[in-house]
Design a protein around this ligand. Sequence first.
Ligand code: KG4
Ligand code: ZN
Length: 363
Amino acid sequence: MVTRVLGIETSCDETAAAVVARRPDGGGDILSNVVLSQAAEHAAFGGVVPEIAARAHVEALDAVIAAALDEAGVRLSEIDAVAATAGPGLIGGLIVGLVTAKAMAAATGKPLVPVNHLEGHALTPRLTDRLAFPYLLLLVSGGHTQIVEVRGVGDYRRWASTIDDALGEAFDKTAKLLGLAYPGGPAVERAAAAGDAARFAFPRPMRGEARPDFSFSGLKTAVRQAAEAIAPLSDGDVADICASFQAAVSEAVGDRVARALARFRAEHAALADPVLVVAGGVAANRALRAALGETCRAAGFRLVAPPAALCGDNAAMIAWAGLERLAAGLVEADAMDAAPRARWPLDAAAAPLVGHGRRGAKA
Ligand code: KG4
Ligand code: ZN
């Protein structure tokens, strides 16, 4: 029997709904994947404003869900379950999505599946590439920077996390500092294309250190000092700073990832085809991807990167995580009582390394 799940995602600044089907053979089909970005509404503020995000979700969600059902060609009565992001993220948006999902589940009598946003990212390569467990995940977004050992549905071990800024946040802050547009990642990458990556010797935070974690705030400070030292900046200066920043980031992340690959190899020596998955909005960055490709080649790993539309925040990944949970029998009987959680670590045993950022739990 084919199972169809409606997914809802409202944890940050994308209002998203999708319908995904799971075939009896375990494969999945995305029947629709509607993502409405609020980037324009936050651009003037250089970052996501929680109150604006929550209000925008309220205003847009009904139409986004209707569009997802319409595009999929299914009626609400033909949906087998409703999955919604219950955390981590901005609490206002989470409330909007989860309450809407609960209302739809109650009205249709179908089960509700509360989903951890990070689990959505973690399980996406099983939808796109039919990956088998276990694999290693590098999640790099505006709110998260972590390396996770994905052992099974609901079974994750966080191996590394950022001790300060998330990587996407470092891109966004660098862009803001240089007067580039929001969101900063794509703007920095565009500017870097014409720049000289060797002009500034920015630090490679944590390189060679024994502890597995990431750090980006020192790099951000170095960028600010370099920019201040040569202000006012020409377009050429901005391009050189962006290129040098990207080179530092790529090398620093490559170093952290190489450590994790070695550990994964040691713990799963019998695995014939070890895989690193890179996901999250920053995974779109070509310099970073090239560095990761190099790191994986050197360690004998395959690098899997979901297509851009499924790398950034979307609801297909939430619907798919819901399908995986249903198939694994992991949906709790009291799911309708689930509360939205601003913080919700994938790996409950891993202690938080940093506190609360503007975008919710960073780690
Ligand atoms: O996963 P995502 O869409 O949303 C969350 O933050 O959860 O990631 C957005 C982040 C932003 O910080 C954005 O600047 C960054 O991903 N980003 C990039 C690129 N495209 C998006 N960073 C570097 N290079 C890019 N091409
Ligand atoms: Zn995300």
